[in-house]
Design a protein around this ligand. Structure first.
Ligand code: FE
Ligand code: CA
Length: 546
């Protein structure tokens, strides 16, 4: 299909060449799927990868339980393709998932609906021990803008049936997109009820903005005990992801929509910055840990990417929903400089010291910055949505000099933020909106053309989407809202409630519904006290409508 690759645009030459490589193999009838580092059996009967002959997996070993304990998921959808994922496990708390140390073949099927009366693509993918028994199936040759059902089979076991969809063609002009964004789902801090509500929404897509998993293990006084220690190496990162993935509400959300991702710090280590670890461990040692964390991230998410080799993994990408919206999923962790104005290993909150202004400082890294500038130069999307794991809005906690900031946010990278807004202005990027997580509160704010001059003309709207479960204490939440009430261009905040944001995009406006739980401290909370904000096309800043 000629649209392949036009939806997602990755800078990674590796990713592009891999796609071309796979397309070549598919055309040659060699494969229908990439199996995440394992071997693939031939099942394709035509050049588009839409093989529908019954595939022949090798006999499965005795697995001794439901091997789909982590659910199934889909992600990184294109107009003609989507990644299907699962990771075999019969025992999520076992680092190996209780799966024998050998290759296991799975059959995957894509149908027009949940009956699977019409199977449009099927194949065999191999789960290998080296990939944590995960599979990433790149299903090709699908129709644009179309819903499908999918499932996996291994031995006598069949996975839950899940739904996914392809994206509109690159030149399509959709009149609506509904997506949700979410972040920060500390297991110990609360229940995933927000995912249960999200799974029932009529969404096209879910954007996860990071802190999908928290590396710190069991702590005192938590609502849900995480019966595992701190994740420090590949077995323990795998174990932590498996714990998180075992949640039925999270599984329901994944089974309902394709996801796209960026990550934040906790996927590796709290407040890490590039090769700098929170506690200032030796760089070599930390990079080994980062390599394990990135490997586990890859194994556990439905991402269109090569398996990592070593501590580097390029994940930033753009994604177009026809001409209506372009998403920019930014990596603000891997290539950033250390937080300024604070001793290494110290808290990222501090008072301004001048270092934060240094022109040489970067949060995205020079390559990603140049890539973003190129993407801005070519975008013709009506809405340009930047997924940033950390906040862009300037947020001085105190008004007298010297002011206090959280230097883990873009406030620690003042010159880089100026380069971002300059690029948006120079390239006349239409309707720039940042969506963001990390801070565990809801916020609607805006960023001025000169971010340091908040009274000047506004340029970017920022929507911050609280957290699925991660939470400040009640007294902290009250204090946070009191501080935010005095910050220029912060229209609204709510630190007390957890939840997610549901966004409806049309050519005329973007409407953001804050879907908030009464509490995430109990398993079956109602939604309560949400609020809705509207951004009119051509304006920066949102207005409350309900
Ligand atoms: Fe978080
Ligand atoms: Ca974070």
């Amino acid at each position: 299909m000629s649209d392949s690759g036009k939806g997602w645009e990755k800078r990674a030459a590796g990713a592009i060449s891999r796609r071309a490589f796979l397309a070549g193999l598919a055309a040659a009838g060699v494969i229908t799927a990439c199996s995440g580092g394992g071997s693939s059996n031939s099942t394709s009967d035509d050049s588009t990868g839409r093989g529908t002959e019954a595939p022949e997996p090798r006999p499965a070993p005795e697995l001794g339980g439901d091997p789909f304990a982590l659910g199934v998921a889909s992600g990184d959808p294109l107009a003609d393709s989507v990644i299907l994922w699962t990771r075999l496990s019969v025992d999520p708390l076992e680092p190996t998932g209780g799966i024998p140390d050998e290759e296991v073949d799975l059959v995957w099927e894509v149908g027009t609906d949940e009956s699977f009366d019409e199977v449009v693509a099927t194949g065999v993918a191999t789960a290998t021990p080296a990939s944590g028994h995960s599979v990433h199936v790149d299903v090709q040759g699908l129709d644009a803008d179309t819903w499908y059902s999918y499932r996996f089979k291994v031995g006598d076991a069949t996975s839950p049936v899940a739904k996914t969809r392809t994206m509109p063609a690159a030149d399509a002009e959709p009149d609506q997109l509904m997506f949700a964004f979410a972040s920060c789902q500390s297991w110990g801090d609360g229940y995933y009820t927000a995912w249960r509500y999200l799974a029932e929404d009529p969404l096209d897509l879910v954007v996860h903005l990071g802190d999908y998993m928290y590396e710190n293990g069991e702590e005192d006084g938590e609502v849900r005990q995480a019966p595992v220690g701190e994740a420090l190496d590949l077995p323990t990162y795998r174990q932590m992801y498996a714990l998180y993935k075992s949640d039925p509400d999270l599984q329901a959300a994944h089974a309902s929509f394709p996801f796209v991702f960026t990550w934040d710090d906790h996927e590796v280590d709290n407040d890490y910055a590039g090769d700098q670890q929170e506690d200032a461990d030796p760089v070599e040692e930390f990079l080994e840990r980062r390599a394990a964390a990135y490997q586990a991230w890859y194994e556990n998410q439905p991402v269109r990417i090569d398996p990592p080799e070593g501590p580097d993994l390029e994940i930033y990408q753009t994604f177009d929903f026809g001409t209506l919206a372009r998403f920019y999923l930014l990596d603000s962790r891997q290539n950033r400089d250390d937080q300024p104005c604070a001793p290494a290993g110290g808290p990222s909150q501090g008072t301004e010291c001048g270092d934060e202004l240094d022109d040489a400082r970067t949060i995205l890294g020079p390559e990603q910055e140049a890539w973003l500038d190129e993407r801005f130069a070519e975008t013709e999307a009506q809405w340009n949505v930047l997924g940033s794991s950390v906040m862009v809005t300037p947020l001085p906690f105190t008004q007298g000099a010297p002011r206090a900031f959280n230097f883990d946010q873009w406030d620690g990278f003042v010159a880089a933020r100026k380069r971002l807004v300059d690029s948006i202005v120079e390239n006349e990027v239409a309707n720039p909106v940042v969506i963001c997580g990390d801070v565990h509160w809801s916020q609607v704010s805006a960023i001025a053309e000169d971010p340091e001059q908040p009274d000047g003309p506004l340029l970017i709207t920022e929507l911050i989407g609280t957290s699925i479960s991660s939470a400040p204490s009640e007294s902290q939440a009250t204090a946070i809202d009191a501080i935010l009430a005095n910050i220029p261009n912060v229209e609204w905040s709510n630190a007390a409630q957890r939840g997610y944001v549901r966004v409806t995009v049309t050519p005329e406006d973007m409407v953001a519904e804050y879907r908030l739980l009464a509490t995430a401290l109990e398993p079956d909370s109602d939604l309560e006290g949400g609020t809705t904000w509207r951004i009119e096309s051509g304006t920066a800043g949102a207005v409350e409508v309900a």
